[in-house]
Design a protein around this ligand. Sequence first.
Ligand code: PLP
Length: 411
Amino acid sequence: MTQSQILRNRVKSTLAERKAQRLYRARKVLTSPQGSNVQVDGRQLINFCSNDYLGLANDPRVIQALTQGAARWGVGSGASHLICGHSSPHHQLEEALAEFTGREAALLFSSGYSANMAAINGLVSIGDQVYQDRLNHASLLDGGWISRADCHWFEHADMASLDEQLSVRQVAQPQPQSQALSLVVSDGVFSMDGDVCPTQGLADVAANHGAVLMIDDAHGIGCTGNQGTGTIDPSRFSSAEVPILMGTLGKAFGTAGAFIAGDAELIDYLIQKARNYIYSTAMPAAIAYASLTSLELVKHEAWRRENLSELIGYFRECAAAASIPLGDSNTAIQPIMIGKAETALLLSDYLSELGLWVSAIRPPTVPQHTSRLRITITASHTRKHIEQLVEVLARGLQKLMNADQRLSAHG
Ligand SMILES: *Cc1c(COP(=O)(O)O)cnc(C)c1O
């Protein structure tokens, strides 16, 4: 067989396999901005799958800042930060994010995926150890793999499991190589389950074993805490407890990009070592400029967080009253566990026919047999939206229980 035949076969068989297992993914094209109501294929849908938690992605003031930023700074940044792509909006945003997170410094990346890969791969290498929560985001796992450090997994949010993992290594190596690093890594808010990591537990267990802790707060930052500082309250967790803190700008901030915050020396080290920082074009300065406005809104418009939190409570209350099985999340991410990929898709399609967009999340994003509907609630939803969601969801689930696999909106 020629190489091009092998390639064609691989592509074809993977696509066919994904389709047969109901794991094939297709994109839907939006013809409206992000928001609680969006237009897809000419239809209006109430959007329950966006991470635009505070409704800032289409906020007029953020749009205006982006426009002004582009007028002043142009579109492309032209180069990586270390060459000539680091302009004053980037620098200001880094300083503002450092202050926001109660850290000495922060470093911008063009995505959270990139920030996680860069931080882990920059900090550990052969001979080091990385301990990851089983449900950590793919970018954290990939960062571990690419670093060539030894990767270990502890049971989800299970501090006894983490403690055991760290102890096993200490027993195996009673005199740990003095220069080896142990890095414990966890999502702050777990992206597919919505539960919050046991921050104090992680900090304590890591400290007991002399390991350092990294928290990825992609879904927490902006959404909770005083002024929206998220899972890691700077007044409670200093850089001594959480030396490496990652936050994203594409979710609650409504813009794009991400950052790592920490001690000035650590950030200086990452500037030297973080490959995704060094070998990648800087985010457009206009995006950094817009993110500065967004940060002000995150900090000062607490009503957005209050709205969000009120709607989350309302959803859980309505869902419980309708006997919809909920997870134990109190965040904007509210999964409804289904199990089979096919069933999750059926339910998602049913909701869509009735004007509600909730994505079915399937393996490999989540473990086998845990396909689910991932509902996300945002500050721009209304109680009416929530009521509609719960009503349709209850009806869909009831139809599934009646083993009506046709699950049609009509009849
Ligand atoms: C979304 C997400 C990321 C990636 O951030 P992007 O800016 O979208 O690349 C990283 N970690 C977690 C937990 C996420 O949910």
